[in-house]
Design a protein around this ligand. Sequence first.
Ligand SMILES: Nc1ncnc2c1ncn2[C@@H]1O[C@H](COP(=O)(O)OP(=O)(O)O)[C@@H](O)[C@H]1O
Ligand SMILES: Cc1ncsc1CCOP(=O)(O)O
Ligand SMILES: [Mg+2]
Length: 273
Amino acid sequence: MGDSSADWAGISWTFLAEVRRRSPLVQCITNFVSMDLMANTLLAAGASPAMLHSLQELPDFTPNADALCVNVGTLTADWLPAMKLAAELAVRSGRPWVLDPVAAGASGFRLNACRALVGLKPTVIRGNGSEIIALANASVGSTKGVDSSHDSKDAVEAAKSLAQASEAIVAVSGAVDIITDGKRVVGASNGVPMMQNITATGCSVTALISAFVAVDPSRAFEATASALSIFGIAGEIGMEMAKGPASLRMHLIDSLYGLDQAAVLSFVKISSI
Ligand SMILES: Nc1ncnc2c1ncn2[C@@H]1O[C@H](COP(=O)(O)OP(=O)(O)O)[C@@H](O)[C@H]1O
Ligand SMILES: Cc1ncsc1CCOP(=O)(O)O
Ligand SMILES: [Mg+2]
């Protein structure tokens, strides 16, 4: 169970304020679809994104990044060695790293790659319901490509068992975002359904989790729940001005950039499950 007495609103604001104050450097090895929105999400939150994935420069660069985000969205065999080396370098340097197992159940190749990455000790794994179920059960199928065919609440047990097996914090996004360390489970219910109609919102919230974990790796559970809630709040405020997915994309980024303490303290919706 989660800690029902936690001051989640205060915790979430502290993480956002720390990201703005320290501007952590977040290395992203990500898919071609998400690079732009992910970098702009990190900048709007006050972090410093770098989309570097060349195997040759990882030994110089990765140990100096404050966090690493690895996303397998447009995976091919030639990208995998860089993802693995970057994860190893992050762990060796005591830096947190976060895995987004996009479409983990879409093929055996992708599932095996994701399982190998899980073995390299990610600090956090964030996926949608179908991705977390596929990873936890090591099963191909029951997915709709990069989109989920499961409600996040269908994946609570899968998330707990994946967290226990991997020793990572596991987050399942959806109408209610589920966050677990294998024992505690909390739900973050911010956000609007139209966020699903913008490609790379999932990838971008995973990058935001990386920035939040960067400023306090010892509180990865709290950082993950806070990042999901804050991104959802930016979506809620953005939706008040949006006419559809394209303008929501713009207003979400503007709202994340402009979020103030009063809005965070009144909008955060995180509670025990
Ligand atoms: N039905 C919903 N209501 C509110 N927010 C949602 C809903 N579905 C997804 N979100 C939010 O959209 C973002 C992307 O989540 P999701 O679509 O599950 O990821 P992915 O794009 O990886 O499948 C997350 O911040 C999540 O909280
Ligand atoms: C459409 C698409 N195809 C391969 S990666 C990708 C982006 C997926 O982004 P998200 O998981 O955030 O929806
Ligand atoms: Mg995704």
